[in-house]
Design a protein around this ligand. Structure first.
Ligand SMILES: [Zn+2]
Length: 233
């Protein structure tokens, strides 16, 4: 099993200008180095401060990162046995801080693909069809924000724009409230779930954010669960 993270922004500037930042084996990086990404992931700028001056540089990018679930790589594997103890697993996961995870919109466990699936001749959905859906969703967002200066995609929505464009239906709001309390999520996670849910609805061509969009967005925050390996400090 491999964990894959995407700092959403699927459908943000990165999509347009292809600014991707890919980090494999995330916990192998020094934690203090990883923490530096918190500012650009949140504000899309990097501030360099020296004794007499400070300056800002634009740093808008899509982060795609991956890691194993434990040092041996087999925790949660359907067929192989993990040889790590609880401390090793917890220590490994704790290299990724909670505040950094907070800024990552999609956190997904990817199960290993067995031989039958690999050798299957059944055709999957072609990338070209998916691309068309993304282009349509992008165009929809550009139309939505045409009167909002400097905003052209869901990822850039401010709290007031979230209220205006991504308010879920009553049942969706109730599900979100329940998940927030159960998973002890932060306000930042709340905003990001709404942005992801708005985007899922856009990909479906749905004008409103409905309960199943909210549920899907919550499901993409695997590692937000406080019980996940008992980590996230
Ligand atoms: Zn292991």
């Amino acid at each position: 099993m491999v964990l894959v993270f995407v700092a959403f922004v699927l459908l943000i500037e990165a999509w347009k200008w292809y600014h991707f930042f890919r980090l494999d084996e995330l916990p192998e990086f020094n934690r203090s180095v990883l923490e530096v990404m918190r500012q650009p992931l949140e504000d899309r700028v990097i501030t360099i401060s020296r004794a007499k001056y400070s300056t800002e540089y634009p740093a808008s990018f899509m982060l795609v990162a991956s890691m194993n679930p434990c040092p041996c790589g087999y925790y949660g594997h359907p067929k192989k046995k993990c040889v790590c103890n609880e401390y090793q697993r917890s220590h490994y996961m704790s290299k990724i801080s909670g505040p950094l995870l907070d800024r990552i919109d999609l956190q997904i466990e990817v199960q290993p693909v067995d031989f039958d699936q690999m050798s299957s001749k059944a055709p999957g959905e072609p990338s070209a069809a998916i691309r068309q859906r993304v282009i349509a969703a992008r165009a929809l967002q550009e139309r939505r924000f045409k009167d909002e200066p400097g905003i052209y995609c869901n990822a850039q929505m401010t709290p007031s724009l979230l209220h205006k464009y991504a308010e879920p239906d009553a049942a969706g709001l109730e599900k979100l409230k329940d998940a927030m309390e159960r998973m002890n999520m932060s306000a930042r996670a709340y905003d990001r779930i709404l942005k992801v849910a708005r985007t899922i609805a856009d990909l479906e061509g749905c004008a409103d954010v409905l309960t199943h969009h909210i549920m899907e967005a919550i499901a993409y925050r695997n590692l937000d669960r406080p019980t996940y390996l008992g980590t996230n400090s």
